[in-house]
Design a protein around this ligand. Structure first.
Ligand SMILES: Cc1cc2nc3c(=O)[nH]c(=O)nc-3n(C[C@H](O)[C@H](O)[C@H](O)COP(=O)(O)OP(=O)(O)OC[C@H]3O[C@@H](n4cnc5c(N)ncnc54)[C@H](O)[C@@H]3O)c2cc1C
Length: 416
């Protein structure tokens, strides 16, 4: 059996493990478009802040691929010929496959801002982006980060740690608009602003002038030696589209990660999978999901039958010493929002129909496990029980007793 994986990121590593859990002899080839092996993408901001300490951010080493007998070809796939089961590469090679996994991840969005093509304007998505910034760092004093999502935040934090002055421009009304509510965003905003960041919300960058000036819609001008574009990402679906596989926002797959062509699978950021909170098929661009999906896809490519149980959106990030965890639904319309705050700690619970559908915890890491479990397993725990949990402070000691009953039930019979 000839297995080919396009992309050498997180899902690809999971897939190698999945294939080898069943098939120890089949040929596995990875097409490595970045030509950098498998590295841990979230760590590029750590590398940017301290390149000596974070020089090695391999997700899997070359030894791993050697042991798993994987051939890695440093080139980009440019076309999939589905009828002959052949992939054409940029380097002129043609590779045959029996089973193909598309694990091409995401691409950063490039906003159509005049001046965005200048060499002091960069996205922040690859290790190459981070290396280019590290190379110029000695000349950089002031930075404008466009976008306050997780990638913009991590880039800004790294640059702040290097002593640069950070302006962050967010067009929505508050920072981390896809993770936080207005109140939690304001709470975090105060922390970042008091650490010296200039955070500008409800504003848009209109022009990046060659004189190292960034113009906002309001007319305000910011100085910048470097501009980071961090306005979002989209699944890298070009190959799938060209080869006429079913694609919506991401590649459409079934519960076994099989695309509309039974010989071709897709996993990771590029695929739409089941969000247990919304019960919708969505792109959930997160590292743990990419590895798990890649693993299951690999098992299925090798002949097993392992369906995806689905997952929820969840994130845990540290920003300037603060820990921000969130999971589940962003929207709690028709439900109830319970809030607890004490000094630098803030917790919001989103409850609907006697279930916790989502939460945001700032500096309350001890609650994250049970809360995430309650959301992903859709436990029946009433708002009254959660109110009691918050009344004496959200500690493990105060977890509603019904949580443990629900956990045992979910483990015995599965989730609701
Ligand atoms: C700065 C930053 C911080 C992040 N922080 C977090 C975090 O805290 N928590 C979290 O869960 N997630 C985080 N993420 C997201 C996480 O990195 C992704 O969800 C994960 O890497 C997705 O894995 P993947 O295998 O689907 O794609 P990737 O790991 O991106 O790998 C896809 C690879 O395919 C390659 N490729 C694309 N097209 C082709 C082609 N035609 N031919 C060959 N190769 C191709 C790409 O170049 C890329 O190397 C972060 C991302 C960034 C950028």
């Amino acid at each position: 059996m000839k297995y080919v994986i396009i992309g050498s990121g997180i899902a690809a590593c999971g897939a190698v493990e999945g294939i080898r859990s069943t098939d120890l002899c089949g040929d596995i080839t990875i097409i490595d478009g970045e030509k950098r092996g498998a590295y841990t993408r979230p760590l590029i901001s750590y590398f940017l802040s301290d390149p000596d300490r974070y020089r090695d951010i391999d997700y899997r080493s070359l030894e791993f691929f050697g042991e798993q007998q994987v051939e890695i070809i440093p080139s980009r796939a440019k076309q999939i010929d589905r009828s002959d089961q052949i992939i054409s590469l940029d380097n002129g090679q043609q590779i045959e496959y029996d089973r193909l996994l598309i694990a091409t991840g995401s691409c950063p969005l490039s906003p159509p801002i005049p001046g965005a093509e200048q060499d002091w304007v960069s996205t922040f998505y690859t290790i190459e982006d981070a290396e280019l910034i590290v190379g110029q760092a000695a000349q950089i004093r002031e930075v404008v980060v466009i976008g306050s999502g997780l990638i913009g935040m991590k880039a800004a934090e790294a640059l702040h740690k290097r002593g640069m002055y950070v302006h962050m421009v967010e067009k929505e009304a508050h920072i981390l608009p896809r993770q936080l509510t207005p109140r939690t965003a304001e709470f975090l905003n105060e922390h970042l602003s008091s650490s010296g960041w200039d955070i500008i919300t409800g504003e848009e960058v209109t022009v990046i002038h060659p004189q190292h000036k960034v113009e906002l819609k309001s007319g305000r001008m910011l100085s910048a030696d470097l501009v980071i574009l961090a306005v979002g990402t989209r699944p890298a679906v070009e190959l799938a589209r060209q080869s006429e596989l079913d694609v919506r926002t991401g590649i459409v797959v079934d519960a076994y990660f099989q695309t509309s062509d039974p010989k071709i699978y897709a996993a990771g950021d590029v695929a739409e999978t089941l969000n247990l909170a919304s019960q919708q098929l969505e792109v959930m661009a997160l590292l743990p999901h990419a590895h798990r999906e890649g693993y299951l896809a690999g098992c299925n490519m090798a002949g097993q039958s392992k369906p995806d149980p689905g997952s929820i959106l969840m994130n845990s990030v540290r920003l300037l010493g603060w820990n921000i965890c969130s999971a589940g639904a962003a929207d709690y319309r028709g439900g109830e929002l319970l809030t607890w705050q004490y000094q630098e700690q803030l917790l919001e619970l989103k409850i609907r129909d006697n279930r916790l559908i989502g939460y945001i915890a700032i500096n309350v890491p001890e609650a994250a496990g049970p809360l995430t479990n309650s959301v992903s397993r859709k436990m029946a725990i009433s708002a009254a029980s959660w109110k009691e949990f918050l009344a004496d402070g959200p500690q493990l000691l105060n977890i509603p007793p019904v949580y443990w009953q629900e956990l045992r039930r979910a483990e015995a019979y599965g989730s609701n």
